[in-house]
Ligand binder design. Structure first.
Ligand code: AMP
Ligand code: GLY
Length: 447
């Protein structure tokens, strides 16, 4: 069996690693992959968003199953294209992936389906309106559209009437940089000017969601969905901020542990019933069938779980500790997702928690250097239950070097979260590269 994994992060290394353990003994390809996937899969030099190139590769090489890591190709319709070419692929279609790709769409759907989420208003033109305005004026893609700025004026007015904290979100995909938390609502005025007038995130920020600031503890819950059956995976908690004590800017995630320590079984039943089921049902009413991984970022508030965001894919880094804990065959689980057989599977998990500490390049999530030699990678080899997943790494003349913002995800199992964290940090302290940064409190302050 041949499996293609699309992407190049820690998530994709963890997926390749788990898929490689399948009793089906698959041959794994990773496009484009990193220095870690290269050790267990054949890296293919095709970018994750080169859908035409990926379809061609899968056809020519007779790939049996494709697994997509990142959101961009999913939102751009990679699943639709593979399916039209008669290829099997795990993930939602472009229409279903709008749950992540268009936050205004997701908000509207949640409101209509009665899914608990923060109160919010949407401002600014739809992508279709922007395209129409551009066409009618014969403008280039990056030109401003003065007639569309009424959305900005309305957002300004709305924000100036608020006296509680608010969160401004770019409606489109922004690589984790599109969410701005403002405990003081007046501070949000500058954010919306940047997004809507100065177009700091391009078209992604022309339309915005202004949401109430929710107070509580955050958890990540992922499910495999086969169109009908929703199978919740083990839970996780992410550490989004760059610095210790949740200080500094938001990042893609600086570490994670699984399971979350705050969710009871009763909470999971509530989340399944009030979040996943009505969301999948609402899509189906619009003739959209969701197949793939659905990730709900949730705030556990005093009034119960509320959805912060949906992602249409595996989370990163959450997938790293979750894959360490999965005992069952991932190939079988993903095939069941594609084939609509999730009601027939039962996943087994390691009872022990797992903790992932991300080592990043200095400067991340802003600009950072690439190409620094990474030393000490073998330090985990002699240890049981620790794995160093690669994210932004590459090979340069036989030396493994940094090649991205998040560089490594050092992931360990332990009898409890603290033991797992201590084991991960033991390995982290023996790995080095110029400018390496990491949080010292992953799994320490349990949220
Ligand atoms: P998102 O990408 O929408 O999950 O947002 C990134 C991060 O911003 C989340 O993980 C939260 O920490 C924070 N956030 C998003 N929405 C809210 C909200 N309504 N209230 C408080 N924090 C939020
Ligand atoms: N760790 C958050 C995400 O994958 O979006």
């Amino acid at each position: 069996m041949k499996i293609l994994v699309v992407g190049s992060g820690g998530r994709e290394h963890a997926l390749c690693w788990k898929l490689a353990q399948s009793p089906r003994n698959p041959t794994i390809f990773c496009a484009p992959g990193n220095a870690g996937t290269r050790q267990i899969a054949e890296n293919i030099a095709i970018a994750a968003d080169d859908i035409t190139g990926l379809v061609k590769f899968a056809k020519v090489r007779g790939i049996d199953l494709t697994v997509v890591g990142p959101e961009d190709p999913l939102c751009a319709g990679i699943v639709d294209r593979f399916q039209s070419a008669g290829l099997r692929i795990v993930g939602p279609t472009a229409e279903a992936a709008k749950l992540e790709g268009d936050k205004a769409f997701a908000k509207q759907l949640m409101r209509e389906a009665g899914v608990p989420t923060g109160e919010a208003r949407v401002f600014g033109p739809t992508l279709q309106e922007i395209a129409q305005a551009r066409q009618s004026r014969g403008q280039r893609e990056d030109a401003a559209h003065p007639e569309l700025l009424t959305g900005y004026e309305m957002a300004r007015h709305y924000i100036s009437t608020r006296d509680e904290g608010i969160v401004v979100k770019a409606a489109g995909l922004a690589k984790g940089k599109g969410v701005f938390v403002h405990p003081e609502p007046a501070d949000a005025l500058k954010t919306i000017e940047d997004l809507m007038v100065n177009r700091s995130l391009g078209e992604a920020g022309q339309r915005i969601v202004v949401e109430e600031l929710l107070i509580g503890r955050e958890v990540s819950v992922m499910a495999l969905v086969d169109g009908r059956t929703i199978y919740l995976l083990e839970t996780a908690a992410d550490h989004k901020r760059l610095g210790d004590g949740d200080k500094g800017p938001n990042t893609g995630g600086m570490g994670a542990y699984s399971p979350s320590t705050i969710l009871s079984d009763a909470d999971l039943v509530t989340i399944q019933r009030d979040v996943f089921v009505p969301t999948i049902d609402a899509l189906r009413r619009d003739d959209v069938e969701y197949r793939g991984v659905l990730y709900a970022g949730l705030m556990m508030t005093a009034a119960g779980p509320k959805v912060l965001e949906f992602n249409c894919r595996f989370g990163d880094p959450e997938t790293q500790p979750i894959m360490m804990r999965l005992k069952s065959d991932l190939v079988e689980a993903l095939e069941a997702t594609v084939d609509g057989r999730l009601d027939q599977i039962e996943l087994r998990w390691d009872e022990r928690p797992a903790v992932c500490v991300v080592m990043a390049a200095g400067g991340y999530p802003g600009d950072y250097a690439k190409g620094s030699a990474i030393h000490g990678l073998a330090s985990a080899d002699a240890m049981n239950d620790v794995h160093v997943f690669h994210a932004g790494t590459a090979v340069n003349e036989d030396q493994i070097v940094t090649n991205g913002g998040r560089v490594l995800g050092v992931t360990a199992l332990g009898g409890d979260i603290r033991t797992a964290a201590a084991r991960a940090y033991e390995v982290v302290s023996s790995i080095s590269f110029d400018g390496a940064v990491y949080r010292r409190d992953i799994g320490m302050k349990l949220k």
